[in-house]
Design a binder for this molecule. Structure first.
Ligand code: HEC
Length: 346
C-alpha cells in the first residue's frame, strides 16, 4: 500500500515527487517531522545548511565549498541483501548550502582511482543522496525504503549522469524523468568531490537524509555499495525540538551477546563473534551503525513490520510479507541487552 499522494512532497521540496501537495503540506511537515526525526536522535550527526547569496557553486572545487567545514558521515558496506559488499567501512564528508532557489550538497570521499566509463563489465563511480519521499511519521528502511515508505534519490554517476530516482524497497528503483537534479563531480589526487543540487523553494526546518557511494573499480553497482545511516539535514532553526540528546542505552552488551546465542538469533544471522556464519537472515555486522535504534527495536519485536526483501526471508500471505524471523520472546531487560549488543555492531 502506498501513502496517499497528497502526503508526498512535490517539486517545491528537495526530494521531489510526482504530484503537487495539498494545502496541508506545510502543516503536515511540521506535525510529522518530529516523529520522523525523533528515532534518529542517538545515531545521527546534524548537517547544517549554510545560506548563501545567489546560488551555491556548481563547481565542487570552488572555495565557497572548500572553506566550509564538512560533517564526516560513516559509510558501511551493504550486507542486508545479497550480494553483500566486500569493501570495508568508509566515510563521506558532507557540506550543504542553500541559495535563493536551490539546495545543494557537496560530497567528498577518498577513491584511489576514478572509474568514469560504463560498459560491459565496467562500472562508473557514483554517489547518491536519499530522502524520505513521504512524510508519514516513519523513517523508510535505510536500504531504499520499504513498501508504503518510498524514498527519492539524487543520483550522480561519473559518466556524467544526474538523475532523480525513486524506490520503495531494494530492487524497485525507477528514474523520474525531468527530475531537475543537477550534479557535477571532479576527481583529483585520490578524492572525489561532487555537488548535487535541485530547486527547492519551500523547505521544512530539518529533513532526514542518507548517503551512498559506489566504487566502479571494485565493480560496485546497485546493491553493491556503501551507505550511511539516516542523518539530519538542519535547514533552519535551532534544532532543539527535533534532536533530543541520545538516551543512554540501558542494556548490557556482553549479556546481549550471550543472549544472541541463547535466543536463537545466532542460528540465522552472521555477525562478528558468531562462528556459525548462517545466512538465513541478513548479515547484521553493521546493524548499529546503519539502523536507527527505533528500527532495531521494531525489528525484533515485530519482524514483519518492515521486511528486508532478502531471498527466503519472508512468505507472501494475502499480499503481505511475513518475515520468517520469530518475534522476540523474553523479558524487557533481555530485550534491552540484545538491543545494546545490536547497537554496538558498527
Ligand atoms: C529463523 C531465523 C531468524 C531468527 C531466529 C532471528 N532472525 Fe532476525 N531476521 C531473520 C530474517 C529472515 C530477517 C529479514 C526479514 C525481516 O526483515 O524480518 C531478519 C531481520 C533482522 C534484523 C533486521 C536486519 C536488517 O538488515 O534490516 C535484525 C536487526 C534482526 N533480524 C535481529 C535478530 C535478533 C536480535 C534475533 C534474536 C532475538 C533474531 N534476529 C532472530 C531471521 C531470523
Amino acid at each position: 500500500m502506498s501513502p496517499p499522494r497528497n502526503r508526498r512532497c512535490a517539486a517545491i521540496c528537495p526530494q521531489g515527487a510526482k504530484k503537487h501537495p495539498g494545502r496541508s503540506f506545510v502543516f503536515l511537515v511540521q506535525r510529522l517531522l518530529l516523529a520522523l526525526l525523533l528515532p534518529l536522535a542517538a545515531a545521527a550527526a546534524e548537517i547544517p545548511v549554510k545560506r548563501v547569496d545567489g546560488e551555491p557553486a556548481a563547481d565542487p572545487r570552488s572555495p565557497s565549498w572548500l572553506k566550509q567545514a564538512p560533517v564526516s558521515v560513516p559509510l558501511y558496506p551493504q550486507a542486508s541483501v545479497p550480494p553483500a559488499t566486500k569493501a570495508g567501512k568508509g566515510s563521506v564528508k558532507v557540506r550543504a548550502q542553500r541559495g535563493a532557489a536551490t539546495l545543494a550538497l557537496h560530497l567528498e570521499w577518498a577513491d584511489r582511482k576514478p572509474a568514469r566509463e560504463r560498459g560491459i563489465g565496467a562500472f562508473a563511480d557514483a554517489a547518491a543522496v536519499q530522502w524520505p519521499q513521504g512524510l508519514d511519521g516513519k523513517l523508510p528502511y535505510i536500504g531504499m525504503g520499504h513498501r508504503g515508505a518510498p524514498v527519492a534519490l539524487w543520483s550522480w554517476r561519473a559518466d556524467g549522469t544526474a538523475e532523480l530516482l525513486s524506490a520503495e524497497g531494494f530492487g524497485t528503483l525507477t528514474a523520474q524523468p525531468d527530475g531537475g537534479v543537477q550534479a557535477r563531480g571532479e576527481w583529483k589526487n585520490g578524492v572525489w568531490r561532487v555537488v548535487l543540487s535541485r530547486v527547492a523553494a519551500e523547505m521544512p526546518e530539518a529533513l532526514p537524509l542518507a548517503f551512498a557511494v559506489w566504487n566502479g573499480e571494485g565493480a560496485e553497482r546497485d546493491g553493491l555499495k556503501r551507505l550511511s545511516a539516516w542523518q539530519t539535514l538542519r535547514i533552519s532553526g535551532t534544532g532543539e525540538k527535533v534532536t533530543p540528546r541520545g538516551t543512554a542505552t540501558p542494556g548490557n552488551v556482553a549479556r546481549g551477546k550471550r543472549l544472541m546465542q541463547a535466543k536463537g538469533c545466532a542460528a540465522c544471522h552472521a555477525y562478528p563473534g558468531n562462528p556459525a556464519k548462517p545466512a538465513i537472515g541478513p548479515d547484521i555486522a553493521y546493524a548499529g551503525g546503519l539502523h536507527a535504534p527505533a528500527y532495531l527495536e521494531e525489528s525484533i519485536r515485530e519482524p514483519s513490520k518492515v521486511v528486508v526483501p532478502c531471498k527466503g526471508c519472508f512468505a507472501e500471505q494475502d499480499g503481505r510479507r511475513v518475515s520468517v524471523m520469530p518475534p522476540f520472546e523474553g523479558s524487557d531487560s533481555e530485550r534491552d541487552d540484545i538491543l545494546a549488543f545490536l547497537k554496538s555492531l558498527r
